[in-house]
Design a protein around this ligand. Structure first.
Ligand code: C2E
Ligand code: MG
Ligand code: MG
Ligand code: MG
Length: 290
């Protein structure tokens, strides 16, 4: 109705719009207190070697245990980014994840991946913040991977991408690695490979889901997945296939030469105490189906 009324008019009576605004402002005020109330918890999901099925690292994934139930990151991360709350929240995740990873890294060499938003990476103090978290945890830089999405960078112009690249380069001098997340879903995936210092490419699940269905669309996906895996090998980047749910999918991406994988087949995101038993075992799937 608001659209039909013309772009200069606001329809305040649209009940759906009204409900959305109420929902959002509640979300914002709840999120403001989530940190001090200790409602933000970090879960961990394994990243495995597709040949040996060994867990090489884990990805930290944030959950919000609010008074009204568990809230998933896709619902509150965009709001946290808009309001700037992502900065203190991101610091919290970084501190928590590096502290948790200390034991796993010492015992098994298992490092941790932390998702970071463009807003965090543009801050002038991002380098000391990251190094400070590693230091406090007693971890070397090589135990940490920062995951950035193209969408997180899309909001930024070219000069800002250069600033992000400078910060990432500095962190890489300390051994921290950089992963491009959800690769292939953005507008300029290949441009980012050129403009940002990258070590790891996480291939979006949309490309790895081609095993079961032999149709035309699956053939295209397989062709694209093959091209991305080959590109990574040529550029000396580690490829991770995301969202692997079945044994067929795991075998299909492995056959393309993709070295690493992640997905429900190998383990769902779980609290810290539940990830520890999966580490150091030779085959995480054998352990899981025990
Ligand atoms: P992401 O970084 O691409 O994380 C992978 C998402 O895929 C996770 O969703 C994970 O639970 C899900 N996933 C893993 N394996 C499978 C599978 O086999 N099948 C399916 N269908 N899904 C799978 P989650 O935890 O809901 O997180 C969503 C997104 O929220 C993340 O996508 C990431 O972009 C963002 N996010 C999560 N934690 C943080 C954080 O601490 N900071 C920031 N800035 N963003 C975060
Ligand atoms: Mg990620
Ligand atoms: Mg991803
Ligand atoms: Mg994602």
């Amino acid at each position: 109705a608001a659209k039909a009324a013309g772009k200069n008019q606001v329809c305040v009576f649209d009940p759906r719009l009204r409900a959305e605004q109420v929902g959002r402002s509640r979300l914002v005020s709840g999120l403001r207190h989530a940190l001090s109330r200790d409602e933000l918890v970090v879960h961990y999901q394994p990243v495995v070697d597709l040949v040996t099925r060994e867990v090489l690292s884990v990805e930290a994934l944030l959950r919000w245990q609010s008074a009204r139930g568990l809230v998933m990151p896709d619902r509150f991360i965009p709001v946290a980014e808009d309001t700037g709350l992502i900065v203190p929240i991101g610091d919290h995740v970084l501190r928590r994840a590096t502290a948790d990873a200390r034991v796993w890294f010492d015992a098994h060499g298992v490092g941790v991946h932390v998702n970071v938003s463009g807003r965090q990476l543009r801050r002038p103090d991002v380098v000391p913040t990251v190094l400070g978290a590693l230091d406090a945890a007693g971890l070397p830089g090589r135990a940490l991977v920062l995951e950035i999405t193209e969408t997180a960078l899309l909001a930024t112009g070219k000069p800002e991408t250069a600033l992000v690249a400078a910060h990432l380069s500095e962190l890489r001098e300390h051994g921290v690695r950089v992963a491009i997340d959800d690769f292939g879903t953005g507008y300029s995936s290949l441009a980012y490979l050129q403009r940002l210092p990258v070590d790891i490419v996480k291939i979006d699940g949309a490309f790895t889901r081609f095993a079961a269905d032999p149709g035309d669309e699956a053939r295209r996906r397989r062709a694209l997945a093959t091209a991305i895996v080959d590109l990574c090998a040529t550029l000396d980047l580690q490829a991770v296939a995301e969202q692997i749910e079945t044994a067929e999918e795991a075998e299909a991406v492995r056959a393309l030469g993709c070295p690493l994988g992640q997905g429900y087949l190998f383990g769902r995101p779980v609290p810290r105490d539940q990830i520890a038993p999966l580490l150091g075992s030779p085959d995480v799937t054998a352990h899981r189906s025990r």
